[in-house]
Design a protein around this ligand. Structure first.
Ligand code: THG
Length: 766
């Protein structure tokens, strides 16, 4: 490890080119792939490249040597698909251990044979994404379905990584990442294995962007991806596959600007031609790669699909005397993510967490979950995001629900809805199994809400460690063995104790810690409650001063439980409380994002009465507030005056065709029934509606996608809406409709390791 660490600071390192392309050139037969050893394996083995590590090790060694001969510093093991999920396609699950060990040993021997003190050669264990995705449904009709679970991936990767390390690799390269949850499972497995073996190797990551929108297949931006892996100890991050060097450059630039790691890049040899081959020459590719080097973007440079030793041979002269990229410094801000990044910076000093998807906090949400009306439940989530929620709190803790099942189902549904999945999730549960099950469904960087010292230090540390390994931030409630903290002193004492355990014992980054010093109901008539709000605010100030980097959050609606039914007053109390708490340093709040009463708009007399309560200014504050409360109980909140709804106001005025196309493009189905009913009165047949406005909408979707203005999960959602439209029409008219025409035309070339998955997905779209 020390060696790779040393060398990378001195010069740009060369990674090898494609293994697959080199193997393909050899034109090996089915018999070659099998060798004598596997003559009797059932099925076809041709194309099972990793099996060659066992059946034809000299073929793989020759390829490694070709790369080493042209000056490569790091060679990759031939193990891209060597985990049991991919190997199952060849009926070779039982060979995973042997293949990985052999892959590592072959590469190790070749690298050692060529190493000199001046030019040590390294071996990176290649760990591919598997052919299954943990974040995308394999079935367009069932968006919550998953083809594989996080735990299954961890097990498969654990086996692969252990064998790679046993075989002697210097680093682990988790590559062609198209789904961040798959990658997080690989990282989790890597850390698990390394701890078990007490061997610590650098972890290298390489992402594949799947479209010109600069997103991964699972819909994340690169910034969101970086947040998702920010918990881990990462050596390098980079891009590979899908694009040629020229197309990759803008994304590499933004990655290098934000990622606090060494930067790698190994593009394809340009874009594939219509036969899937690559026409770019080594010299052309080198000219594009030179631009990366001139701009100081890279530390490690190599090649992916279509590249051979002839391409990599060009690099040696490019890197001579070139200055390697200097990793950026990680700012002390909190990085959360959904499909997009949510950064909690000092300037953006308050983050709204939507409270409404909570079975304990909303009768409506509880009813919808009980009645399995998930589409409507999702609409609640969507409205909160539209109303400005920057995070969504999800809580399914209800005695009569199968909490774990409902939680994972709803979170998987959200993941398939890009309008909602844009924002990070706050997993709200008091059940530990529910928390871990939920976090294992989330590709973004989420927040666990919550843990506490209620059951003592041992459990607290154990839970915090697991949360950290899973890559989540955490809310810590001010609760200990003695119970909930309800004084200023107990609040700060517990938070301080928890902070040191998390930072010094668990090794969490302070910016991933969120304290909740308990927002409790005030103006309840019980004297002991009078100082609750003020003590929270004072504790907030103390925490922000004394526990550097940590955040403060609270459930704001708790404050006004005494005034249930008087929404105006409740919102006014929340506004006043937040006004003071935010000034004291509270930077996250679980709130109703559609609340609209603003501090400045509260009538003076009421404001004074509320401030007396919140700041505990007079002993009779509660009595006074109760006395004037009724005067304000009829005042409407803004929300109650405006009609809420997806496209409230504008929708019915738009022409029918535009409405239908908008529904397709947005992938929303709530207005489909009415709009299609209207269409049926205007168009001669259901088929003419499909061939007319609906196909026009699909065409627009295809156009937006190819321009990079839509990304894949959005297109999948669109396809679902199209299917629903066709179903509505068929049900109405008993028309036989041939749906084979609705194929999204994706003219964009996609390269090989990914094409299987992309194909899978676009097939579903059709
Ligand atoms: N801290 C942390 N997490 C939390 C809380 C907290 N999670 C849950 C809760 N407290 C925050 N969420 C809510 C959600 C709704 C309400 C209060 C807190 C609420 N609901 C209306 C009521 O009960 O009157 C329900 C109205 C309806 O049914 O629609 O007030 O403190 N870390």
């Amino acid at each position: 490890m020390a060696q790779l660490q040393d060398v990378i600071t001195q010069r740009i390192l060369i990674l090898d080119g494609a293994m697959g392309t080199m193997i393909q050139r050899l034109g090996l037969t089915e018999e070659d792939f099998r060798g004598q050893q596997f003559a009797h394996l059932p099925g076809l083995q041709k194309g099972n490249n990793d099996l060659l590590c066992l059946s034809r090790p000299e073929v793989i060694a020759d390829i490694h040597r070709s790369y080493l001969n042209v000056g490569v510093d790091i060679i990759e093991t031939c193990s891209f698909n060597a985990q049991r999920i991919s190997m199952a396609d060849y009926g070779c699950q039982h060979l995973c251990k042997d293949i990985n060990r052999a892959a590592a040993r072959i590469a190790r021997e070749c690298a050692d044979a060529m190493s000199t003190p001046d030019k040590p050669r390294f071996v990176a264990g290649s760990i591919g994404p598997t052919g299954k995705t943990c974040s995308i449904s394999p079935d367009v009709n069932d968006p919550a379905k998953r083809g594989i679970t996080f735990d299954e991936l961890v097990d498969a990767y654990d086996e692969q990584i252990e064998a790679l390390i046993e075989g002697g690799v210097d680093a682990l390269l988790i590559e062609t990442i198209f789904d961040t949850l798959n990658a997080k499972a690989a990282i989790y497995a890597a850390e698990q294995v390394m701890t078990r073996m007490d061997k610590h190797l650098p972890i290298m990551l390489s992402v594949t962007l799947s479209d010109t929108a600069g997103r991964t297949l699972s819909g994340q931006t690169l910034d969101a991806f970086l947040a998702s892996v920010s918990h881990a100890d990462i050596f390098s991050v980079g891009l590979n596959c899908s694009f040629g060097a020229a197309q990759m450059k803008p994304y590499l630039r933004s990655l290098a600007a934000r990622a606090p790691y060494y930067i790698s890049c190994y593009p394809n040899a340009g874009l594939p031609n219509s036969l899937g081959g690559y026409d770019q020459t080594p010299v052309e590719m080198a000219a594009q790669v030179k631009e990366y080097i001139d701009e100081g973007l890279v530390n490690i440079i190599g090649g992916c699909c279509g590249t051979t030793d002839a391409y990599i041979a060009e690099y040696a002269q490019l890197i001579e005397g070139a200055k390697p990229h200097t990793p950026t410094k990680r700012p002390g801000t909190m990085w959360l993510s959904g499909m997009e990044l949510c950064e909690v910076t000092p300037e953006r000093n308050f983050i709204n967490v939507g409270e409404r998807c909570n079975v304990a906090g909303s009768r409506k949400f509880l009813r919808l979950i009980n009645e399995k009306k998930y589409d409507e439940a999702l609409t609640i989530a969507r409205h909160q995001v539209e109303d400005g929620a920057q995070l969504l709190d999800i809580n399914m803790d209800d005695g009569l629900l199968d909490t774990e099942k409902e939680m994972t189902h709803f979170i998987n549904l959200i993941a398939s809805d890009p309008d909602i999945a844009r924002v990070p999730i706050m997993v709200d549960s008091s059940k530990w199994e529910v928390i871990t099950a939920a976090v294992k469904c989330i590709q973004g960087k989420c927040v666990v809400n919550s843990i506490s010292l209620k059951e003592g230090e041992e459990t607290f540390i154990e839970h915090a460690r697991e949360i950290h390994r899973l890559g989540a931030a955490v809310v810590v409630m001010a609760f200990d063995e003695q119970g909930q903290a309800d004084t200023y002193e107990r609040r700060i004492a517990i938070c301080e104790r928890a902070y040191h355990l998390l930072v010094d014992v668990v090794g969490m980054q302070p910016q991933d810690i969120v304290f909740d010093p308990n927002i409790l109901a005030v103006a309840t008539g019980i004297e002991a409650h009078n100082s609750y709000a003020l003590d929270f605010i004072r504790a907030t100030e103390w925490i922000r001063t004394h526990l550097p980097g940590a955040h403060v959050c609270g459930g704001v609606s708790n404050l006004s439980f005494a005034f249930r039914g008087n929404n105006y007053l409740r919102e006014a109390m929340h506004a006043v409380f937040l006004y003071h708490a935010i000034r004291a340093g509270m930077d996250m709040g679980i709130v109703n994002p559609s609340a609209s009463v603003r501090y400045d708009d509260i009538p003076e007399a009421l404001l004074e009465a509320i401030e007396d309560v919140v700041l505990n200014r007079t002993p009779d504050a509660t009595e006074k507030l109760i006395n004037i409360a009724s005067e304000y109980s009829k005042l409407p909140t803004m929300r109650e005056t405006s009609s809420l709804g997806e496209n409230a106001g504008e929708h019915p005025t738009l022409p029918l065709e535009v409405r239908l196309q908008n529904a397709l493009i947005k992938g929303t189905s709530d207005t489909l029934e009415t709009d299609l009913a209207e269409a049926l009165t205007r168009y001669p047949s259901a088929v003419s509606i499909i061939e007319g406005p609906l196909m026009e909408g699909m065409k627009q979707v295809g156009q937006l996608f190819s321009e990079g203005r839509m990304f894949l999960p959005q297109v999948v959602k669109t396809a679902r809406t199209m299917k629903q439209a066709v179903e509505i029409l068929t049900a109405n008219r008993q028309t036989e409709v041939n749906t084979s025409e609705f194929r999204i035309q994706n003219t964009r070339p996609v390269s090989s390791p990914l094409s299987k998955v992309t194909y899978m997905t676009s097939e579903r779209i059709s």
